[in-house]
Design a protein around this ligand. Structure first.
Ligand code: AMP
Ligand code: ZN
Length: 499
């Protein structure tokens, strides 16, 4: 039996608001689409949280044997300053302010986005399409929606007719909002008087004379509405109906609601089997966001240069911190929580180092111990298959870390396990840490160098001790201590720990 059959996934589907068994459209393949960033500014730590959570989901699907086509887009046109089809295009505005080509802005922040995700050890998606690369397809879909009578043109702009759509379908089924309430609440902005109803949304916007990002269309020069790009690109690369669509919870309405409406109106089919929404990184209970002024950038985090930060924290510590909570729970940032995460991360990676250095030696198998380890290995999968519960998975990894420490201290012998179980243990203990949770040793290149140099100094110190040069012996120990390296002399020789 394959791993994915042995440990079937259940996940919380935001559309049905229930936990469901995951049954992809094709048994061995998964199509997953995640809304990517709007590349008009540097990504902050909140954005990183969302992408990191989907990276973990992607990694686990791969680990248990699915072939995954993971599409994550780049929004480089059409995302306006507010959700009510008002304001300037975010990219065009930045280009105007910086006096740069919009595509220079897009390239600059796309590069930055990639650099940041690399630091947090995210795998690249299978396809990373951009909205401006799919203008033709978006124009075609606008035309299709017009032909079907579910969109209307006014003065060079085209709007999706939500009320008409709702006569036959159900607008609001993802967010649980009622169309009547939406009609009553909210205000009609001045320049929205082109819309038949205020809940209609733009799928094509006429470009004003000063608007720099513009394309020819059957309705004159303009640019696509934000919600359209995700419908067009997900359909193009994953089909009219695909398995997983993800994004942050703040995108659920209106963005994802509109995506469903566009697809259903165009193809008659529900586009997505499972909607997954990740929760927000918060600061003092408030969503981390650029506009609230409570966000910080990864570089500020690493350097500890932000008023919210007592000191710097590394990318892997933040990744570990994120994994300690379920992706659908909010995660509140604090220095205390990050300091605790740093301790946990270091302990786990120490276990990882022990595990990679162990080799099997036959002994007397302890059936109880063997059964316990087998159970732990099973729990790693069960927890991740239970709606990707990384927090519980980490708890099991810590139980196994104690086992690793016991092997090291000689409290247990590897031979108390059968060779097959020992091999499974090492494979999945290390596999879950690196391949599933995406944690890695920091500064891998330097790690070996540091341990080599410390070992050399320990040897020199032993030589000095043998020559009764106690002044030098003490100096080596004290100088290393000042650098954060503590030496401990024992029967087996001298061991060191790095603070
Ligand atoms: P944007 O570039 O604004 O479209 O955001 C990119 C992604 O980051 C979206 O999926 C958002 O839901 C997500 N996001 C924004 N702020 C936060 C936050 N504080 N915590 C987690 N995810 C966030
Ligand atoms: Zn999207």
């Amino acid at each position: 039996m394959s791993l994915k059959e042995q440990y079937p996934i259940t996940l919380y589907n935001t559309l049905t608001k229930s936990k469901e068994k995951f049954e992809p459209i094709h048994p061995d393949r998964v199509g997953m689409y995640v809304c990517g960033p709007t590349v008009y500014s540097d990504v902050h730590l909140g954005n990183v949280r969302t992408f990191m959570s989907f990276d973990m989901i992607y990694r686990y699907l791969l680990y248990i044997g699915y072939k995954v086509r993971y599409v994550r887009n780049i929004t480089d046109v059409g995302h306006l300053e507010n959700d009510a089809d008002e304001g300037e295009d975010k990219i065009a505005k930045k280009a105007r302010l910086e006096q740069l080509e919009p595509m220079e802005i897009v390239q600059h922040y796309t590069n930055g986005f990639h650099d940041v995700l690399k630091q947090f050890n995210l795998l690249p998606p299978s396809i990373e399409p951009s909205a401006t690369g799919h203008i033709m397809e978006q124009i075609e879909m606008v035309q299709d929606l017009l032909d079907k009578g579910l969109a209307y043109e006014v003065n060079g702009s085209v709007y999706f007719d939500v009320t008409k759509y709702d006569e036959k379908h159900s607008y609001g089924k993802l967010s649980g909002r009622k169309i009547e309430e939406m009609m009553e609440s909210g205000r009609m902005l001045d320049s929205q008087d082109e819309k038949r109803n205020k809940i209609d949304f733009a799928i094509w916007k006429k470009a004003s004379p000063s608007h720099i990002m513009r394309w020819n269309s059957p309705w004159g020069e303009g640019f696509p509405g934000w919600h359209l790009e995700c419908t067009v690109m997900s359909t193009k690369y994953l089909g009219e109906t695909f398995d997983i669509h993800g994004g942050g919870m703040d995108l659920l309405f209106p963005h994802h609601e509109c995506e469903i409406a566009q697809s259903v109106a165009s193809t008659g089919k529900d586009p997505v089997k499972y909607w997954l929404h990740t929760n927000m990184l918060t600061v003092n209970g408030q969503k981390m966001s650029k506009s609230l002024g409570n966000s910080f950038l990864p570089q500020e985090l690493f350097a500890g240069e932000h008023e919210l930060l007592d000191r710097g924290y590394s990318a892997m510590v933040v990744r570990f911190f994120n994994l300690q909570s379920h992706y659908s729970s909010t995660l509140d940032f604090s220095n205390e929580a990050l300091t605790a995460a740093e301790k946990g991360y270091k302990r786990l990676m120490e276990g990882y180092r022990i595990a990679t250095g162990l080799s099997y030696q036959a002994g007397t198998v302890d059936t109880e111990f063997e059964a316990k380890i087998k159970q732990n290995i099973g729990e790693l999968f069960e927890n991740m298959s239970d709606d990707f519960n990384s927090a519980k998975t980490l708890a099991v990894l810590f139980e196994l870390t104690t086992t690793m420490n016991n092997f090291k201290a000689g409290n247990n012998q590897v031979g108390q396990l059968s060779e097959a179980t020992f091999n499974e243990l090492i494979k999945h203990y290390t596999g879950f840490i690196t391949d599933v949770l995406g944690l890695k040793e920091e500064q891998e290149g330097n790690q070996q160098l540091v341990s080599g140099v410390v070992e050399m100094l320990i040897k020199l110190r032993n030589d000095a001790k043998a020559a009764k040069n106690y002044a030098l012996t003490d100096k080596i120990r004290d100088d290393l201590k000042a650098l954060g390296v503590s030496l401990k002399d024992g029967k087996e020789g001298t061991e060191y720990t790095i603070d």
